[in-house]
Design a protein around this ligand. Structure first.
Ligand code: FAD
Length: 386
């Protein structure tokens, strides 16, 4: 049954950041929206991340612009939704000659790519981010576009704002166990035995490839990716971090740096010196949440490599590399955890339509906080004439 947009009732399955972004954009376009979340409150990848809104990591061109549109929406949420959004920017610090060379190559190319960033001297790096290790520091690349949010606070507060501002209805603690069709409309069957018809359903179930449409998700190329994370206690830190901080290892992680001719030799050097970092996908970054905690990570293990147990060696390697990057009087850990996200090897997000007016939208990889709002804008724009 075809209905006008304003009358359309949409179900979004999953209250992670991807589902919440879908809910916001659907409601903004005049649709009536219900969000269904199996947990009593969000507990997936969206509350377990660094809280980095990270345009600097996106490939230049359309995806960079999508990240910047998402960024603008985060700033709106900061102003309107009681969510703390810190426009802290980021620094990639170089402690080795090959890292500094890549930063210089990137800074030279950045104006043509439309990416705002600037090279800093060691003194300028320390002025902006005083916890960076001064020993052997060659310089840094500052970018003003990165934001910091507390992911747990943001993901759990957003539903209240969406309900109050846009009339979005939430059903927490209810699993959507099946999505089918009845009388030509999508039908959702719930774990409490109830069922409800909608005009459209968008499944944003993160890394759950088993419950809904497993035949599509398990043949989609999507992989689960597990990341180990740590936090340092706020009371052990002498001052604020200043900006988000990343080091030379991160230059081999984000695709935007692939334009740099010096990257392959940096990759080779790291592979030779520290093969365990490549084996477990380790690069190190730090953010600081509104509570003052330093959020540290991370590693990347994929698919069948993933065990339910956290590997203590991975935490040790992450901390070893962070000790090169940051200088702290004490390393007092307050929390350890892991998160799992869905990632497609080639796409910024995986989309499929397994039934009429039923969409799957997942697989934002390590950039869901950065990209979800912009990707949801594109999704609802693409449906305008359907
Ligand atoms: C450790 C870590 C660090 C990261 N750091 C960053 C970062 O700093 N910046 C960045 O941009 N990105 C980062 N990411 C990536 C980002 O967190 C993810 O891309 C994003 O959170 C994925 O959101 P999601 O909504 O798809 O998944 P989730 O947050 O996992 O949400 C999916 C939700 O769907 C629900 N669900 C699933 N199936 C059903 C069902 N059948 N019925 C009802 N509910 C269901 C689940 O309970 C869950 O709440 C990081 C990820 C991790 C794990």
């Amino acid at each position: 049954m075809s209905v006008g947009n304003s009358a359309e009732h949409v179900a979004i399955i999953g209250a992670g950041i991807v589902g919440l972004a879908q809910a916001w954009l659907a409601a903004e376009s005049g649709r009536q929206v219900t969000v269904i979340e199996r947990s009593p409150r969000a507990a997936g990848a969206s509350i377990r991340n660094f809280g980095m809104i990270w345009p600097i990591g996106q490939p230049h061109g359309d995806l960079y612009q999508t990240a910047m549109r998402s960024r603008a929406r985060w700033l709106r949420l900061g102003a309107e939704a009681g969510i703390v959004v810190d426009p802290c920017g980021s620094i990639h610090a170089a402690h080795r000659g090959d890292e500094q060379a890549v930063l210089e190559e990137f800074a030279a190319a950045a104006p043509k790519l439309g990416v705002a960033c600037q090279l800093l001297s060691p003194a300028e790096v320390l002025q902006r981010a005083p916890l960076i290790n001064p020993d052997g520091l060659r310089g840094g690349l500052y970018s003003p576009t990165e934001l910091c949010v507390n992911p747990t606070q943001a993901t759990r507060r957003l539903p209240d704002w969406l309900a109050a501002r846009h009339g979005v209805r939430f059903r927490f603690g209810v699993l959507a166990s099946e999505v089918g069709q009845s009388a030509g409309r999508p039908l959702v069957v719930f774990s409490d035995g109830t069922r409800e018809s909608f005009d459209r359903v968008v499944v944003c179930g993160g890394a759950d490839f088993q419950t809904l449409f497993p035949e599509v998700l398990q043949n989609s190329g999507l992989l689960a990716c597990k990341l180990q994370m740590l936090a340092l206690a706020a009371d052990s830190l002498p001052c604020r971090l200043g900006t988000h901080v990343a080091g030379g290892l991160t230059l081999r992680h984000y695709r935007i740096f692939e334009i740099c001719p010096g990257l392959p030799s940096l990759r080779r050097r790291i592979a030779e010196e520290t093969p365990e970092l490549d084996q477990y996908g380790i690069h190190v970054m730090a953010s600081q949440n509104d509570q003052g905690e330093l959020i540290l990570g991370d590693s990347h293990e994929y698919g069948s490599q993933i065990e339910p147990f956290d590997d203590v060696r991975i935490d040790e390697w992450i901390l070893r590399e962070l000790r090169h990057l940051l200088r702290l009087p004490a390393w007092k850990l307050s929390r350890r955890w892991h998160g799992i996200y869905a990632k497609h090897p080639d796409l910024p997000v995986f989309q499929a339509q397994p039934l009429p007016r039923v969409h799957i939208f997942t697989g934002t990889g390590g950039a869901g906080m950065t990209m979800s709002f912009g990707l949801a804008e594109d999704f609802w724009r693409s449906l305008q004439n359907q």
